[in-house]
Design a protein around this ligand. Structure first.
Ligand code: SDX
Length: 436
């Protein structure tokens, strides 16, 4: 009868080892038993960027990259995008089930009543340069929140953890809106608790002199769907950062600031901003082939294409491509969509991209929608961070409560100089250098 084990022979010693296979993985510490002598440290696995290493067991998000499947707590992303709100999905990610009507009422009230930020946050945001990048303002201000809520360090008190989760989900749109309003020299807008989560965000961004802002229902719903699509994505770079920082028992504000910093990178959540810059640079459909040639010669990347896990069409990109036209009916058509659609058509027929299984990812179409809605390009990573806050917090809490987890501390393969002694000549020379 087949056994769930790996039989390994160390040809250096001829010894054989049986390593248990669980959930398609082997426990890496078992490799340490494979030694050439009792003094030998034993084997480690070597996996730069963790291409083939599971860092945790998780019940939150499932991705099948080959089949282009994304599920939050078992629900397919397209069904959640069609039938739920972002707050429903945030609740699902955190608590494992969609809220009942009573739970939804209570959850919405808890989030709504935490949307206001301390007045000193305005002074903090005012301190940034007029042309400061909104994502730099966002992640700094989120980190600064840790100084307003020192009790957040009590991460093993469920009540205290819950309150910080409410505060962060509720306040990140306010902070994002403050960053935007600062960048355009407009006064900050207080939250309007009569509005929905996305409706209030639009209010804090775009309210002018009217007494009460009325969000466009189409844009309110489009933002809700965008937030659902961006809410979590298992162990991506920024979530891994959230887990790693949180594993040292840092407070959730400091951990989330680190996660946002990881998301800011152009290879990750900063890609949506780079896609729009790329489409603007291409400028017209007749210049696409020239751009593709440059990419194939290694002169740059096709931003918004490719993915570490998806080797098929990102299901989120499919939903966004279809949704774009609904937004354009309200906001006016973004002409760059023609370049994007033609660029996708050409790339998906080109062996360079097909052979590398490079397909459009979530960032390829999201920026076109954001731009049509009136967001400046540098706000796009912030718009990614707002909904991902729910995913980061769900993953952070799962890590904290996982008995298998402890402080993250990978090993290394040292390839530097062997032990050597300082010579007097070197010491005297270096001292002379230092003095000079
Ligand atoms: C997000 O992880 C997540 O889940 C992230 C995310 C989430 O929701 O959290 O889905 C959000 O970050 C989406 C990805 C956004 N980034 C971009 O669109 C930037 C452009 N994409 C690439 O930089 C790249 O595809 C990555 C970073 C997304 C994935 O990189 P990998 O898995 O490390 O793959 P790789 O760089 O090793 O590429 C394999 C090959 C290489 O060619 P060869 O060396 O084999 O010749 O594919 C090439 C790469 O040069 N390649 C690209 C390319 N992406 C990969 N070539 C041109 N354009 C691209 N976009």
């Amino acid at each position: 009868m087949a056994k769930d084990t790996l039989s390994v022979t160390d040809n250096r010693t001829g010894r054989q080892y049986e390593i248990p296979i669980t959930d398609g993985t082997i426990p890496a510490p078992e490799l340490r038993k494979i030694k050439t002598s009792t003094e030998d440290f034993g084997l480690m696995s070597y996996d730069p960027a963790y291409l083939n290493t599971a860092s945790c067991r998780s019940k939150i998000t499932f991705i099948d990259g080959d089949r282009g499947i994304l599920e939050y707590r078992g629900y397919p992303i397209d069904q959640l995008a069609e039938h739920c709100t972002y707050l429903d999905v945030a609740y699902l990610l955190l608590f494992g089930e969609l809220p009942s009507p009573d739970q939804k009422t209570s959850w919405t009230r808890q989030i709504t009543t935490h949307t206001i930020v301390h007045e000193n946050i305005k002074k903090f945001v005012d301190g940034f340069q007029h042309d400061a990048h909104p994502m730099g303002m966002f992640l700094s201000t989120v980190g600064a929140l840790s100084t307003f809520y020192p009790d957040a360090k009590n991460i093993f008190s469920e009540d205290i953890r819950r309150r910080q989760i409410h505060r962060l989900i509720a306040k990140v749109p306010t902070i994002a809106a403050y960053a935007y309003r600062h960048s355009i020299g407009m006064p900050y807008v207080l939250p309007d608790n009569d509005l929905s989560f996305p409706g209030n965000f639009l209010n804090m961004l775009f309210k002018m002199t009217e007494l009460k802002y009325k969000p466009s229902p189409v844009l309110e719903r489009a933002l809700d769907v965008l937030f659902i699509l961006h809410a979590d994505h298992e162990q991506n770079c920024s979530t891994s950062a959230m887990r790693a920082i949180g594993s040292s028992h840092a407070d959730p504000y400091s951990s989330l600031a680190g996660a946002a910093a990881a998301l800011y990178g152009p290879l990750h959540g900063g890609a949506n901003e780079q896609v729009l810059r790329m489409l603007a640079l291409i400028g017209s459909k007749d210049r696409i082939l020239e751009f593709i040639t440059d990419v194939k010669q290694g002169k740059g990347k096709l931003m918004g294409f490719g993915h570490r896990v998806y080797k098929n069409y990102d299901p989120r990109a499919k939903i966004l491509k279809n949704m774009a036209h609904e937004v354009f009916e309200v906001c006016g058509r973004n002409p760059l969509i023609d370049i994007a659609v033609e660029l996708e058509r050409i790339a998906l027929q080109d062996d360079y991209f097909v052979s590398r299984k490079l397909y459009p990812n979530v960032d390829f179409y999201s920026g076109l929608i954001y731009q049509a809605m009136g967001f400046p390009v540098d706000m796009f990573p912030v718009l990614f961070a707002i909904p991902r806050t729910a995913g980061w917090l769900a993953q952070w809490e799962e890590m904290l409560l996982d008995p298998e987890q402890k402080i993250t501390r990978p090993r290394q393969v040292f390839i530097g100089p062997k032990r050597r002694d300082l010579t007097i000549a070197k010491v005297s020379t270096s001292k002379a250098t230092t003095i000079v």
